[in-house]
Design a protein around this ligand. Structure first.
Ligand code: 6GU
Length: 238
């Protein structure tokens, strides 16, 4: 998968993609991430990328020209026959869910367009953006952090990225229930003991305990998920 990120703040993206899971995915050749400075595409002599909004109002709007030229350049650079998705993280987008991460993990080319200030000129959204994505009901100052969140969720689903093949499968959210608590050594830490059942070696009891913990946590924290789980029926949920 090729991921292009178009941003006025490349240094917000670069340190994150040079670490951890995303770094390993690139080293394995499973993903190539390229970060592009939007200012490089500005035709303005001061490399400006924003301007005052028509009709007035506070804040600045990102001008169409650098975005148009930047996105079109990245589209043209994509290998022949490859479909590109142009993603715009924005608080007024469709809320990002695990299903969309799964869907996007099968794409060959993603372009992330990072907006700042009030947003980007509407004509760019209509002409070039294919997906407008929000990462939740709160407002961040720009699209860089949101892009990193979305990229991480997608990249870890690409086959071969996680060494533990089962770990993506057993996540909360690819599942109808939240995860159970997990413990490792030592058995007692700060006076707190690991639940006895986990030390019992009795696998049926351990499975039952984990299931109950998951159900209780889901009921308490996510009544919406609990309702969906019940509506799906006991046969499917075992
Ligand atoms: Cl995708 N961008 C920004 N700036 N704020 C957000 C968001 C995205 N999703 C939630 N809040």
């Amino acid at each position: 998968m090729i991921i292009d990120v178009l941003t006025c703040f490349p240094e917000m993206i670069n340190p994150v993609i040079s670490e951890s899971m995303v770094k390993r995915a690139q080293e394995k050749g499973l993903v190539t991430i390229r970060v592009h400075d939007l200012r490089e595409f500005s035709a303005d002599k001061h490399r400006k990328t924003d301007d005052y909004p028509f009709g007035g109002g506070d804040g600045m709007v990102m001008t169409p020209q650098p975005l148009y030229d930047g996105i079109r350049t990245l589209l043209q650079q994509a290998p022949d026959g490859v479909r590109s998705r142009v993603l715009f993280p924005t608080p007024d987008g469709v809320v990002f869910k695990q299903e969309q991460a799964e869907e996007l993990s099968h794409e060959e080319h993603l372009i992330f367009v990072c907006g700042h200030y009030k947003g980007i000129d509407q004509r760019i959204r209509e002409l070039l953006i294919t997906d407008e994505i929000s990462i939740g009901d709160y407002v961040l100052t720009g699209g860089e952090i949101s892009s990193i969140v979305i990229m991480d969720a997608i990249i870890r689903l690409i086959p071969g990225v996680l060494s533990e093949i089962n770990s993506a499968l057993s996540d909360s959210f690819s599942d109808p229930l939240l995860d159970c608590p997990w413990y490792t050594r030592p058995e007692v830490f700060e006076g707190e003991k690991v639940p006895d059942v986990l030390l019992s070696g009795h696998h049926a009891n351990i499975d039952a305990w984990r299931k109950e913990e998951r159900i209780n946590k889901t009921k308490e924290r996510r009544p919406d998920m609990w309702k969906a789980y019940q509506d799906k029926g006991d046969d499917k949920n075992g």
